[in-house]
Write a protein that binds this ligand. Structure first.
Ligand SMILES: Cc1cc2nc3c(=O)[nH]c(=O)nc-3n(C[C@H](O)[C@H](O)[C@H](O)COP(=O)(O)OP(=O)(O)OC[C@H]3O[C@@H](n4cnc5c(N)ncnc54)[C@H](O)[C@@H]3O)c2cc1C
Length: 488
């Protein structure tokens, strides 16, 4: 049994804590906030409840695995969504995307004149690419020769010629679909890891497979229930949680970790797992000699500006997930990743959990989570464009939903890139660590262990295999396998 300290209680930290405790290690989680979950936390404003960060759950079996490992008696309850998203375009076109692939293809045929077969083929290819790559890119470390030699990974590598590695997502989608609106709809999946469809490889077209073939889900009590459930599983295994603990240093002895320093006090450990953004880990918790300069210089994923609005009305044209598209998607991504400024006609995402979780808003009211993609905050200064952005967002919502939204906002608060960094230590408020805006970005993420400091492991959205809830949970699975290999 090893004494393990996990720094940070985000998805990666919680998943690792559960797995290592289930393997018999003594695990303590040090968390700088007075609550767990990192980006996956919640907010209450008067009688409204909001999930603060993630709103879409895919691959929920990864949470079931953790329930099973911890032997926690209460199941994690979630439901598959029958409708994925309501999409709105400026010319009045509205697409209600059913979760069923065939039904979705028929909707696109009716509204956008796409061939049913073209859409179903796209989703079948999405599944094929996912199945070819999951073992290489998602389930294993890419960084140890031994793993690469395992049969499933080798099989994936042998088949890699079948993968769309040369085109960007936009190039592939615009070749396949005849209607620009369909291209825009499928291009949007690049934003699921904070990237641009005009730069990210077409391989990211695996993402629709998660929603259409494997399913999009909402926990019965909203997304924050994921955090609550994982903390309960961890505690059931005896994991100790220490809140309000800001770790300032990873202590070492002769190239081995020996513990951490938190709030000025040293704590010993045999192994340390960092769920802290990789950038922050190297800049603040380790000496400069450890900097992986090439990785730290890579482009960051986008951030978000979120308005949490308690709305004293109900909108029948909206569902749980809604997108109000910008008119010029390419210009929007140019602003996000090249000029690095907020865009005046932004694509707006509105998430309303109270459509299903009735307790999240008073009767006849709705909890709107209104999110716009914005550049990560490279200068780390306070954000000055909030008022301007709010005006653009309100004008667009009024125009596209034919309403006057401002008088209906009963309660309001916002979260901007500066706030995201302050609350979760994610560098510049980027949502998913480094972006995937290069052909080989999947190969270029930081490994799940330090090659210079023995006993230090890395999890979470900024390292391999990537950002988002499922991949952060998978990073914990990879680290648990590495620890088993390293120390038993
Ligand atoms: C607005 C928003 C929307 C998103 N939407 C989705 C979505 O719909 N679906 C999806 O799958 N993903 C989504 N994501 C991404 C997803 O939330 C993250 O990829 C995932 O939750 C990251 O988990 P993590 O393990 O990296 O930890 P994080 O959530 O980044 O947490 C890190 C933890 O470490 C703690 N910490 C940092 N430094 C220290 C220190 N020095 N000492 C102690 N503790 C420290 C922090 O306080 C924090 O609790 C979204 C993210 C945001 C912000």
């Amino acid at each position: 049994m090893k004494a393990v300290i996990v720094i940070g209680s985000g998805m990666g930290g919680l998943a690792t804590a559960i797995r290592l405790a289930a393997n018999g290690h003594k695990v303590t989680v040090f968390e700088k906030n007075n609550y767990a979950g990192g980006k996956l936390s919640e907010l209450r404003l008067n009688n409204y409840r909001f999930d603060k960060g993630p709103s879409l759950l895919t691959l929920p079996h990864l949470i079931d695995e953790l329930t099973h490992l911890s032997k926690y008696p209460n199941p994690f309850v979630y439901n598959r969504l029958q409708t994925l998203t309501h999409y709105f375009y400026e010319d009045g076109t509205c697409i209600k995307a059913p979760a069923n692939a065939q039904a979705f293809a028929e909707v696109l045929n009716k509204t956008l004149n796409e061939e049913v077969q073209t859409v179903t083929k796209h989703l079948q290819l999405s599944a094929l690419y996912y199945n070819l790559t999951a073992d290489i890119f998602l389930h294993n470390t890419l960084h140890r020769f031994k793993t690469i030699l395992n049969f499933r990974t080798l099989k994936g590598l042998v088949n890699s010629w079948r993968l769309p590695l040369l085109n960007t997502m936009h190039q592939a989608n615009s070749k396949r679909f005849k209607n620009e609106k369909t291209v825009q709809l499928f291009n949007r999946y690049a934003t699921y890891n904070g990237s641009s469809p005009y730069k990210a490889p077409a391989l990211l077209n695996i993402i629709p497979h998660l929603e259409f073939n494997l399913g999009a889900y909402l926990p019965e009590q909203g997304m924050h229930a994921i955090t609550q459930h994982l903390v309960a599983c961890a505690q059931h295994l005896g994991v100790a949680f220490r809140y309000n603990e800001t770790v300032s240093n990873i202590n070492q002895h002769q190239q081995n970790v020996s513990g951490i320093k938190s709030n000025g006090i040293n704590y010993d450990a045999d192994l340390v797992v960092s769920d802290v953004d990789m950038h922050v880990l190297y800049k603040r918790l380790l000496p400069p000699t450890y900097y992986p300069q090439r990785l730290l210089n890579q482009e960051k994923s986008s951030s978000a500006y979120i308005f949490y609005w308690g709305i004293k009305a109900s909108f029948s044209q909206l569902d749980v997930h809604n997108i109000l598209f910008s008119n010029d998607y390419q210009a929007e991504f140019k602003a996000l990743f090249e000029t690095q400024e907020p865009y005046s006609d932004p694509t707006i995402y509105i998430n309303i959990t109270s459509k299903i979780c009735k307790a999240d808003a008073p009767n006849g009211c709705e909890n709107w989570f209104v999110m716009v993609n914005v550049p990560h905050n490279a200068t780390q200064a306070t954000i000055s464009y909030g008022d301007k952005l709010r005006t653009w967002v309100i004008e667009k919502i009024n125009r596209m939903l034919n309403t006057n939204i401002e008088p209906l906002i009963e309660v309001e608060t916002v979260l901007d890139p500066f706030g995201i960094e302050l609350q979760t230590s994610s560098f510049g408020g980027s949502l998913y660590g480094n972006s995937s805006n290069s052909k080989f970005s999947a190969f270029l993420r930081h490994a799940n262990y330090s090659s210079k400091l023995k006993g230090l492991y890395l999890v979470g959205g900024s390292v391999h295999p990537g950002g988002g809830i499922p991949l952060s949970l998978l990073s914990g699975k990879i680290v648990s396998a590495l620890v088993k290999e390293d120390v038993g």
